[in-house]
Ligand binder design. Structure first.
Ligand SMILES: NC(=O)c1ccc[n+]([C@@H]2O[C@H](COP(=O)([O-])OP(=O)(O)OC[C@H]3O[C@@H](n4cnc5c(N)ncnc54)[C@H](OP(=O)(O)O)[C@@H]3O)[C@@H](O)[C@H]2O)c1
Length: 272
């Protein structure tokens, strides 16, 4: 049976770049909402010598994620899952950001865990925005409801997102909150799934020159002056970091977040 690597958000940006760093003996299954994008990205992979499949999936819907996981398992042994699907503040309002970035992480980790076994790995893509929220306003009690009471979780997260003034600021805060949650949930999953032999990590990119990154560049570039690199990351650099985290040879890496932002978050703390 072939090893299968599933990449949500694999039709573009970092997900698509990560696919190109996976070993060629794996079967790559990319997923996202837009079929035309997936078709194009799969053709690119095929041209590079990969066996590539695609399936439309909306990660903010549990049923859609379950169907993706079942399809992946029908193709072979699901060994690597990279959850790069996400929306940014310029793309959506708080509720959708929380549904896709936060609940999407819950659905991907829990539904794929059902079809994965020993020696497999889930990488959840978060953001360095996860580190931008003051500890005092992180609603940890809401986070704990994500598995048991989804409705209450959503209501509390949306309510917390209404703290800032201004529409973009509220979306920005909801984005940061959803990504802070993704880091928390990946860590939680690592300790729950470790016994089953499934490794879970998150990767938190800084500003990266993908379509999404360009959309957020005006706001995002304010962070670059704090960085050691003082520039945006490239999709290929992040694709490599994500693919390395998802590689079985990185078998001792679990329960952590990999902050890959050219030093921006640490630099900002140094700056006071
Ligand atoms: N670029 C940055 O500066 C940056 C910084 C930090 C973190 N990130 C995170 O990195 C990840 C990858 O982003 P990117 O920069 O590579 O942007 P991107 O090119 O826009 O990739 C995001 C992908 O997610 C898919 N997607 C969005 N909503 C989805 C949903 N509900 N279900 C399934 N797929 C969905 C999109 O395809 P469809 O629209 O066709 O579904 C798209 O292919 C995201 O999680 C993002 O939040 C990005």
């Amino acid at each position: 049976m072939a090893d299968v690597c599933v990449i949500t958000g694999g039709g573009s940006g970092m997900g698509s770049a990560a696919a190109k760093f996976m070993p060629k003996d794996k079967l790559i299954l990319i997923a996202g909402r837009t079929e035309a994008k997936l078709q194009k990205a799969a053709a690119e992979l095929e041209a590079l010598g990969y066996r590539a499949y695609y399936k439309t999936c909306d990660t903010s819907k549990r049923r859609s994620v379950r169907e993706l996981a079942e399809y992946a398992a029908s193709l072979g042994t699901v060994r690597n899952v990279i959850n790069a699907a996400g929306l940014s503040p310029a793309m959506a309002k708080p509720e959708q950001l929380i549904r896709v970035n936060a609940l999407g992480t819950v659905y991907v980790n829990t539904e794929f865990a059902k079809v994965m076994g020993k020696g497999s790995v889930i990488v959840d893509v978060s953001s360095n925005s996860a580190y931008a929220i003051p500890k005092l306003v992180i609603p940890k009690s809401a986070y704990k409801l994500a598995d048991s009471d989804e409705k209450a979780f959503l209501a509390k997260m949306i309510k917390r997102s209404s703290l800032p003034r201004g529409e973009y600021q509220r979306s920005g805060f909801a984005y940061a909150l959803s990504k802070n949650f993704a880091v928390w949930y990946a860590r939680k999953s690592a300790f729950e799934l470790g016994g089953k032999g499934i490794r879970v990590v998150s990767v938190s990119p800084g500003l990266v020159a993908t379509d999404m990154g360009e959309l957020e560049a005006e706001e995002g570039k304010k962070m670059l002056r704090y960085g050691a690199e003082k520039r945006m990351g490239t999709p290929e650099e992040l694709g490599f970091a994500i693919a390395s985290a998802a590689d079985e040879r990185n078998g001792y890496l679990s329960g952590v977040d990999i902050l890959c932002d050219g030093g921006c978050t640490v630099g900002r703390r140094f700056a006071g």
